[in-house]
Design a protein around this ligand. Structure first.
Ligand code: ATP
Ligand code: MG
Length: 562
């Protein structure tokens, strides 16, 4: 794909922009917006729209407005405005101006009166059920409302009184007078305003009527001078109404906005809808909007994702014209790839068993172990080795077949960054459970010591910590929030039915090498052979808490050695 300036375009919407520039739109007229409703936190689906809109604005050096689409006071709150701003900033985007649809309530009201005066809008006193019934079906035309032919004077009077709060919610609506026989159901006298007697987080009790999406959105685009109003596919059928409304009010401006649609981002094993995610929060099924299992930007941040990894995922998943579901494995891949290159390595044992080196007669020694083998510049850290160590229970079997490359009686393995050891004996409790493994070590086999013994190849390398020099930590492991790839895709079944009951497991018995003592909230690590982890906000000096961000490989294989 190439345009007249021979730049590569990233998607079909950029091609549209280029086409418009090629056919007369001035580059100075380009303007974009990102219009979230402040009724929840942003999720990874919003990231698609953010990268699209901010991406275009950046590339074409055009303004981009952050517009809060705050037309429903029953759902919206200031705390969501604040959270949305924080998340957009964290992703690295800067908006040119912050706007609110509520800034335009007066203008929208004045334009509604203009429509009333032109005979293009009327007040309907019917119930919403009656209105719905008269709408007809796509193949059967609708029926005109008995209130459709009210005079402009009567409509004007009633509409003003609706605004002042004289009527109960649901008593009356304002409708556009278009065509009850239109093949597009949305053109069958759509509702422009409804009565809502609830305080708004910005306009307080100034208004008792609130504009509907279709009336508010295009007009806000028009007021702001947005050139390309990008929305998701389900608004395709709204385009005709978008243009109709703009046509009614377009008196003096040269540039009229246009709506273009792209496919929503869907992600497997989760749901991307503020309303549904809000349900999980309200029912206490997750700890909040930023629970590390949530596909929200705040949840992903807390889990350990970086802005870059979200960008990389958004680019790989792309912007498409048809609905599709992105594989959550692609999202996981994006952070794994980054952390492999950047994360500090440490050793942590999550399921400890004691290992004693019977022939070790020193008190301890300090080893130097690479911080990140992928990055030679990252240097070395000090790790204490001693006679009493801890390894993973899973890394030892008393008797094992030849395919078991970890520790077993009579066989050798290397302890990462330390020595080759051999298991000789086990100690068991009264129930026969192994409580200790007794080993001997080869003093000449120290890693990096350049002796013949240090180069000797053994099948497995295990992570370990020195018992006395370890730090107890809490590890929170996360599995998928839903155990079905498409929790919303089952007819007659609620997405909640597919919630994974074991999506969180907490381990308070893990032991880490002492270098993690200095870990601060937000730090990211690779626990060697286990996965990537981030220090959680719940952490404090006496209780370090780590969230598992992602496993080392897409399907974890415990046979992996270092
Ligand atoms: P939700 O159902 O989660 O509330 P929404 O579309 O109602 O989604 P808005 O706050 O209105 O959410 O969205 C702000 C912008 O983000 C809109 O332009 C919308 O099209 C876009 N957007 C929202 N969800 C997605 C998604 N899953 N994929 C791509 N873009 C999205
Ligand atoms: Mg919405």
């Amino acid at each position: 794909m190439a345009n007249s300036t021979n730049q590569k375009t990233s998607n079909f919407l950029e091609e549209q922009v280029v086409h418009d520039l090629d056919t007369g739109l001035k580059v100075d007229s380009l303007k974009f917006r990102f219009p979230p409703e402040p009724n929840g936190y942003l999720h990874i689906g919003h990231a698609a729209s953010l990268f699209l809109n901010f991406g275009l604005a950046l590339k074409y050096n055009a303004p981009i407005y952050l517009r809060f689409d705050d037309t429903n006071p029953t759902q919206e709150e200031q705390k969501f405005v604040d959270a949305i701003k924080e998340d957009i900033k964290w992703l690295g985007f800067k908006w040119s101006e912050e706007r609110y649809t509520s800034d335009y309530f007066q203008q929208l009201y004045d334009w509604a009166i203009l429509l009333i005066k032109k005979g293009k809008a009327y007040v309907d006193d019917q119930t919403s059920e009656e209105i719905a019934e008269q709408k007809g079906t796509p193949t059967n035309m609708g029926k005109n409302s008995p209130y459709r032919n009210r005079t402009p004077e009567e409509n004007f009077d009633l509409f003003q009184r609706m605004k002042l709060g004289e009527f109960l919610e649901g008593a009356r609506v304002l409708r556009a007078k278009i065509d009850m026989a239109s093949p597009n159901m949305l053109m069958r006298d759509p509702i422009m305003y409804r009565i809502v007697n609830k305080a708004h987080h910005r306009t307080g009790n100034d208004w008792h009527i609130y504009p509907m999406y279709d009336w508010a959105h295009g007009q806000s685009d028009f007021i702001e001078g947005i050139s390309h109003s990008l929305c998701t596919l389900e608004f395709g059928s709204h385009r005709e109404l978008y243009d109709w409304f703009i046509n009614q009010i377009n008196i003096e401006k040269e540039l009229v906005p246009h709506q273009f649609e792209f496919a929503r981002r869907n992600l497997s094993y989760t749901v991307l809808s503020k309303r549904k995610l809000g349900e999980l929060v309200e029912k206490g099924l997750v700890s909040g909007w930023d629970d590390p299992r949530m596909p929200t930007i705040a949840g992903l941040r807390r889990r350990g994702y970086t802005p870059n990894s979200i960008k990389s995922f958004s680019e790989k998943a792309g912007i498409s014209k048809r609905d599709n579901v992105s594989d959550i494995a692609l999202l996981e891949h994006s952070i794994r790839e980054e952390l492999n290159a950047t994360a500090q390595r440490v050793m942590v044992v999550v399921n400890p068993i004691k290992l004693t080196i019977t022939n070790y007669d020193k008190e301890k020694e300090i080893l130097e172990i690479e911080n990140n083998p992928e990055n030679p510049q990252s240097g070395f850290r000090k790790v204490t080795f001693s006679k009493e160590l801890i390894i993973e229970q899973e890394d030892f079997k008393e008797h094992a077949n030849r395919k078991f490359f970890r520790l077993t009686l009579g066989k050798e393995v290397r302890l990462k960054g330390a020595y080759i050891i051999k298991a000789n004996e086990v100690v068991k409790d009264s129930k026969g459970k192994i409580t200790e493994i007794k080993c001997t070590y080869d003093p000449k086999s120290k890693s990096g010591s350049n002796t013949e013994e240090s180069k000797r190849k053994v099948k497995g390398t295990l992570h370990w910590v020195s018992m006395k020099h370890s730090v107890g930590i809490e590890v929170r492991n996360y599995d998928r929030l839903f155990n079905d790839p498409m929790p919303e895709g089952h007819e007659g079944k609620d997405f909640m039915e597919f919630l994974n009951p074991t999506s969180l497991t907490v381990n308070k018995k893990a032991l880490a090498e002492s270098s993690v003592e200095k870990a601060e909230i937000g730090d990211r690590y690779q626990f060697q052979r286990l996965g990537y982890y981030r220090v959680d906000e719940n952490s404090n000096a006496s209780n370090l808490v780590f969230n598992k961000t992602v496993s080392l490989k897409s399907s974890f294989n415990p046979k992996n050695t270092l």
